[in-house]
Design a protein around this ligand. Structure first.
Ligand SMILES: [Zn+2]
Length: 106
């Protein structure tokens, strides 16, 4: 079974009320994170150690593990967030920062 992480038919794999998290596919672990940068750093660190493990143990029985950054429970990808009209959460994103500066309608 394939999980669609990105794109129009993406599936939520984390928690919808959790802004940032890192999800480990294979273990189904969700690690709560404070911010995007933190989540990207953790995901990168996990992925490099998973790759290292894979190099040392290439047995077909060992699970394939990888980490993805989750935003509101969905795999984070800036372009996909924009295509859904969602704030991508990137602190330096021009269009989203402009939206954040506007007072929210109550
Ligand atoms: Zn954006």
């Amino acid at each position: 079974m394939t999980t669609h992480l990105f794109g129009a038919n993406r599936q939520r794999v984390g928690y919808e009320d959790q802004e940032w998290a890192v999800w480990v596919l294979g273990l189904d672990d969700v690690h709560h994170q404070q911010a995007l940068t933190e989540a990207l750093e953790l995901a990168a660190a996990l992925n490099s150690s998973f790759a290292e493990l894979r190099l040392r143990d290439s047995s077909e029985f060992s699970p394939v593990l990888y980490a993805v950054v989750l935003h509101w429970g969905y795999a984070w990808n800036q372009a996909v967030e924009h295509s859904f009209g969602v704030d991508c959460g990137h602190p330096d994103c021009g269009p989203c920062s402009a939206d954040r500066a506007l007072p929210k309608a109550v």
